[in-house]
Write a protein that binds this ligand. Structure first.
Ligand SMILES: Cc1cc2nc3c(=O)[nH]c(=O)nc-3n(C[C@H](O)[C@H](O)[C@H](O)COP(=O)(O)OP(=O)(O)OC[C@H]3O[C@@H](n4cnc5c(N)ncnc54)[C@H](O)[C@@H]3O)c2cc1C
Length: 553
């Protein structure tokens, strides 16, 4: 190898999980190097600032790397469309910042129903609660406390995002039916923090926020991690995690600008390359002693992929709601149907989240569901009735972690560095199909109660006949209870390689019925705290302890 360097902890991936890990470790003085295959992307260069922003988000800025095809991206093959971003900030570079937490019941789904190999998490909500709070404070959550449907949460950095007319409208619908609802937590500043300005309600948050109000990790975590001295190397695509004597020794990466290979040697390696990139790298790291890939002696790496079962419901009302203003993630949510009720014919439940709209082009082009304004005669009438009269309700369901929904390697296709790409297979389970169908009916009921509805449309169940849209990619290297049922223990430590940790969305045991990032970051902060406090033990450990005898902090 031409060049090599040494560090205490090597973090792979600078996205949601990797940024939280790097910052927390470096707060404690740990020497950290982070390798990220993408580059910095200034918020002013996001499509938010383009003239054709409503169209560019579908083309050059698509959430799906196969459409976007930036050099730092890697394509995927298979029947699913995992959506992600590769750069400093990872997929938070184009996320919406919806910030709900998992509920206590979400950590016990193995005991509750155990369907399709669902297992309990090895930790509880109470174990994670302090780390949710630490992470919320870092990102500057917007929140109204007091939700009766969830455990108490600390005050937010600022008040909840403005619900606007859309929020008031749907809130009245839920009230009419006597259903739970509450203003949503969002990772969007409603009060200035450090060098980030508060949200000004300009909308299109998924196109990047020029005010740095939305907590993508390039503006929330990374400035502090860099100030702590973290060595962040961009355009550094990891090819293999190296090992010797049953322990990880570091990684070999390709500099995407020169093609040169270098090695970073580390005492501990933390993988945070997301639920597609992490299993891909473990499988590509097959080597002597690990013929089926690293940390994969039980064959579980890549399995139990989850996306959330999903439906977008567009409703148009007879009054203007100005949905083009305000934050793009949910302004409020109802968790009336969150818990399992077997009489409905399925297990698990869903959230109904109420969101805003985009601009005029989006309205004419079919909003979220493909309800396109007619061309020629009738266009003006349709447009006048529909534009700004719209509310989005999305049904976000907990999908089962099914073993055959999985990431494997497709040796026939390579990325721009010549590395084989992941193949992603996902079939929606019958349970999840039933759940979403029932949820769509409840969403309609709420809209009609808010009424009068003049028009409505739906995406149907998941994608058009295929898997759900893959914007919440979870599972694939789940944490669990024994070396037989999972890839890592309760501290995110792989069972096979004791100094190799996984702290991104791939480690989530189940996916709950809410957006995942606040939870995966809380898990990452918790693992960082463990690594910091038990550093000496981990660096000499030869076998990962069982959860029963895993030492506490
Ligand atoms: C359109 C959209 C909207 C979303 N909205 C929300 C929302 O409102 N709320 C919410 O909670 N979640 C949302 N999400 C999901 C959220 O973005 C993800 O849950 C989160 O970013 C996942 O974090 P992660 O750490 O697993 O991976 P990522 O954030 O994707 O980070 C992984 C990083 O690893 C890097 N990497 C991968 N392979 C390599 C390699 N070989 N070498 C070096 N680097 C590598 C990647 O380049 C990337 O930067 C949304 C996602 C999308 C697509």
């Amino acid at each position: 190898m031409a060049t090599h360097s040494e560090t205490d902890v090597l973090v792979i991936g600078a996205g949601a999980g990797g940024a939280a890990m790097s910052k927390r470790l470096s707060d404690g003085g740990v020497k950290v190097t982070c390798l990220e295959q993408g580059d910095w992307l200034h918020p002013m260069n996001h499509p938010h600032m383009y003239d054709g922003w409503e169209l560019e988000r579908l083309r050059t800025w698509s959430w799906h790397p196969n459409v976007r095809m930036f050099p730092e991206d890697y394509p995927t093959t298979g029947n699913a469309a995992p959506m992600m971003m590769n750069g400093v900030g990872g997929s938070t570079l184009h996320y919406a910042g919806a910030w709900p937490r998992f509920k206590p019941v979400d950590f016990r789904k193995g005991t509750e129903h155990g369907l399709e190999g669902t297992i309990d998490w090895p930790i509880s909500y109470e174990d994670l609660e302090p780390f949710y709070a630490i992470n919320d404070a870092e990102i500057g959550v917007a929140r109204r406390v007091g939700d009766p449907g969830n455990p108490p949460r600390p005050e937010g950095w600022g008040p909840a995002s403005r619900g606007g007319k859309v929020g008031r409208k749907m809130g009245r619908g839920f009230d009419e039916l006597g259903w739970h609802w509450w203003p949503a937590d969002n990772a969007i500043l409603t009060r200035e923090k450090n060098n980030r300005m508060a949200c000004n309600d300009c909308g299109f948050c998924l196109g990047g926020c020029p005010r740095h109000a939305i907590a993508s990790t390039d503006v929330s975590y990374w400035p502090k991690a860099l100030a702590n001295g973290v060595d962040l190397r961009v355009n550094a695509r990891v090819e293999t995690i190296t090992t010797a004597n049953g322990r990880a020794t570091g990684a070999v990466y390709i500099d995407r600008t020169t093609g040169a290979r270098s090695e970073v040697r580390a005492k501990i390696v933390v993988l945070a390359a997301n639920s597609i990139g992490t299993p891909r790298l473990l499988l590509l790291s097959a080597q002597k002693g690990y013929p089926d890939g690293l940390a994969n002696s039980n064959g579980l790496v890549g399995t139990h992929l989850m996306f959330h079962s999903w439906s977008f419901e567009d409703y148009w009302f007879d009054e203007p709601l100005e949905g083009f203003k305000g934050p793009e993630p949910a302004v409020l949510y109802s968790q009336e149907f969150y818990d399992t009720d077997p009489s409905r014919g399925f297990v698990n439940g869903f959230s109904l989240q109420v969101g805003t709209a985009l601009g005029a082009a989006n309205s004419a082009l079919g909003t979220n569901t493909g309800k396109i304004a007619p061309w020629g005669a009738g266009h003006r009438e349709f447009f006048n009735k529909h534009f700004a009269h719209h509310a989005l309700v999305y049904v976000q369901g907990e999908d089962l972690p099914v073993r055959t929904n999985r990431v494997t390697i497709d040796p026939a296709v390579v990325d721009s560095s010549g590395l084989p790409v992941p193949h992603v297979h996902y079939d929606l389970h019958e349970n999840d199909r039933r759940l979403i169908t029932w949820g769509q009916e409840r969403a309609r009921e709420a809209a009609e109660a808010a009424g009068p509805v003049i028009d409505m449309a739906t995406t149907g169940i998941g994608g058009v006949g295929g898997p759900p849209p893959g914007w919440h990619i979870m599972g694939t290297c789940r944490m669990g209870n024994t070396p037989e049922d999972s890839v890592t223990n309760k501290w995110n430590q792989t069972w096979d390689v004791p100094n190799l940790f996984i702290t991104d969305a791939s480690s989530l045991t189940t996916g709950a019925a809410v957006n995942p990032t606040s939870t995966l970051q809380a898990v990452s902060v918790r693992a960082a705290e463990y690594i910091k406090r038990r550093f000496a033990d981990i660096t000499s450990q030869t076998k990962t302890p069982s959860n029963a005898d895993a030492p506490d902090f």
